[in-house]
Design a protein around this ligand. Structure first.
Ligand code: 3PG
Length: 305
């Protein structure tokens, strides 16, 4: 079988070597397409492959249709909103993710952003401590659980809302379950967003929620930019000069926000929550092992379609 590793944002060299070793020792071949700049390159590269490993690379119906031999796509990471599941299913292609493999890296970025915002971007002015403050986690998946473990150690008072997660998974980590998103935003000094981008969540965080946050609050988004209503975010930051928005997922109006709210907004130049050597290795090797298992005996434990 031929496996393509297609990453516009490449994995570390060590992760690529590790992926190759797993694929080739199972008797398959591997091709690599990194830092590609247009979709035609991707469409050409998938023409004869049986499996694809991607990160946030967009795999839409056009790419799937250009890959007649394709059997499986593995998103080396958690969120799979970049893959057209309907098109994959229609073409008989299995889609999997690698849950939990890069979540510690993203959690550490959340911790870094929480401290950076509380210390005024390390600009030398008097900041605040996060210890003893209230942290709200919107959704309680793998990233949130890692954030809770680390920031619980800082003495933060942590609560979370997640209709899909049983309350005892939260209480086991010392996290207080709350019933509504409104309650979470209104009751926390820092709110960290960890919801996926779905039809239901897109644009769901707007003016009302953001303006309900307590004085001096910080909103952190290392999830997906689509979950924010960007126009309403701008208006909330205008109305509430005490609020901050830090994100690993640059909003469409990033330039405008940076100009209007200097020091109160921060955006990584390129999405980098999962961009650590460790996360690259964990997610990349997991993806390779999942493909080998799938071709060996049809194992599809992490199937999402
Ligand atoms: C994920 O969903 O796993 C994260 O957002 C990381 O995405 P990336 O692989 O594009 O860095």
């Amino acid at each position: 079988m031929k496996v393509l590793l297609a990453t516009e944002k490449p994995f570390s060299a060590k992760a690529v070597d590790g992926i190759r070793q797993i694929i080739e020792s199972a008797g398959h071949t591997m091709a690599v397409l990194e830092k590609y700049t247009n979709r035609c390159q991707l469409a050409e590269a998938v023409a004869d492959v049986n499996a694809i490993i991607v990160r946030s690379d967009i795999i839409d119906d056009q790419i799937i249709a250009a890959a007649p031999e394709l059997k499986i796509i593995v998103r080396a990471g958690a969120g799979y909103d970049n893959i057209d599941l309907k098109a994959a299913t229609a073409h008989g292609v299995v889609v999997e993710n690698t849950p939990g493999q890069n979540s510690r890296a993203v959690a550490e970025l959340v911790v870094g952003m929480a401290i950076m915002a509380s210390r005024n971007n390390f600009d030398g002015t008097t900041g605040g401590e996060i210890s003893g403050k209230r942290l709200g986690l919107q959704a309680f998946g793998q990233v949130s659980r890692n954030v809770a473990k680390v920031l619980g150690g800082f003495g933060m008072e942590i609560s979370a809302v997640d209709p899909y997660c049983p309350a005892d998974a939260m209480t086991a980590l010392g996290v207080k379950p709350v019933d509504t998103v409104a309650e979470l935003y209104a009751g926390n000094d820092i709110v960290s967003i960890h919801i996926p981008a779905t039809a239901e969540t897109k644009g769901s965080i707007g003016k009302a929620l953001i303006e309900s946050m307590p004085k001096g609050a910080v909103l952190i988004n290392t999830a997906r930019k689509e979950v924010i209503n960007e126009e309403e975010l701008a208006s909330a930051l205008e109305n509430r000069p005490d609020l901050k928005y830090f994100a690993d997922v640059k909003p469409g109006n990033a330039a405008e926000l940076t100009e209007r709210f200097a020091g109160r907004v921060f955006f990584t130049p390129k999405k980098c929550g999962a961009q650590t050597r460790e996360a690259n290795l964990n997610a990349g090797l997991a993806a390779a092992n999942q493909i080998v298992a799938f071709f060996a005996d049809g194992t599809d434990r992490f199937r999402v379609n």
